[in-house]
Design a protein around this ligand. Sequence first.
Ligand SMILES: Cc1cc2nc3c(=O)[nH]c(=O)nc-3n(C[C@H](O)[C@H](O)[C@H](O)COP(=O)(O)OP(=O)(O)OC[C@H]3O[C@@H](n4cnc5c(N)ncnc54)[C@H](O)[C@@H]3O)c2cc1C
Length: 343
Amino acid sequence: MADLDKFRRDTRAWLEANCPPEMRKPMTSEEDTFWGGRNTKFSSEPQRIWFERMRDRGWTVPHWPKEYGGGGLDGEEAKIVRQEMAAIGARLPLSSFGISMLGPALLKYGTEAQKKEHLPKITAGLIRWCQGYSEPNAGSDLASLQTRAESSTKPILLISGRSPFCETFFDDVRVPKANVVGTVNRGWDVAKYLLQHERAMISGMGERGVGRPLGQVAADSVGSDAQGRLEDPILRGQIATFEVDEAALAAAAERAVDLAKAGQSHPAFSSAMKYYGTELNKRRYEILMSAGGIDALEWESERSKGGARPRAWLRTKANSIEGGTSEVMLGIVAKRILDLPGA
Ligand SMILES: Cc1cc2nc3c(=O)[nH]c(=O)nc-3n(C[C@H](O)[C@H](O)[C@H](O)COP(=O)(O)OP(=O)(O)OC[C@H]3O[C@@H](n4cnc5c(N)ncnc54)[C@H](O)[C@@H]3O)c2cc1C
């Protein structure tokens, strides 16, 4: 009790020293209420001073916890602040739906992250909240509200067991005009040009890059004979054919670069490369799976690095779909490069 008496004396003294005389007069217009918000303006200098002093003391919302910008006062102390403010006619330094409605709801139901994100901005008057419940057919009958939130994305699980893709739904999207690329209503030209690059990129999957040659990888599993050749003659034949085709793809890729440099590249050539590169990559993984035998089917173990090989093998099945299917690539080659009749 003695503590509360002291708290009352201190509060009275602080308010006396800090509340500007102009802020002790009855309000006469809407402008006398300070609502805060991003575009806020103070209607007078005393209004600004009063708000900032109360904010710095945590007394825009005296009973909220200090870590959220409140004053950390208990119920009795907060009551004393209200009483002493009323005694000198002090105006509320900040009025907001954030303080009176959203904040209490977040304090009761919000996660810690939500509280930390929103409550300090409310107590500091940085954000002005509104409440949007009513709908044309749900005013008094509020429980018949139709508004609902939907996750706009839905994960797509691939056969490799991974889910790096998702369906994303866009409704009534507005895009600033500054984002238009090229000419309005000629987006298809831009889209096709981008696809050429996507197909060129995907075709690179057929090239070996820095990976070990297939023959060496296979030798780890099936072993080599006295002459250093793979023990399995069928696999040996498959790998030899594959490596010739791989070299052909690399040569074609170099040719494509040279033609591009000379300004002679055919816009549809990337489709031929996409077709060949992705079909080749699928063959590479078929061979890797054959070479690995039953071990190659391990799906979860530490030894198999979480089934890295079979998951990668299954992922290659999508290479001839993504970026345009192989059938469609062949159609483009037939029509635009070979100029075949009826294509
Ligand atoms: C792993 C993966 C990643 C992807 N990533 C993206 C991405 O990042 N962005 C994106 O926009 N899309 C992406 N896609 C979508 C991809 O581009 C399409 O799946 C692809 O173009 C095939 O279209 P579709 O699935 O509608 O099949 P459909 O067009 O319905 O084709 C079904 C079948 O019919 C055949 N077919 C269709 N038309 C013809 C024709 N004219 N001639 C001959 N055969 C034909 C096809 O070859 C296929 O076998 C991705 C797909 C996969 C699998």
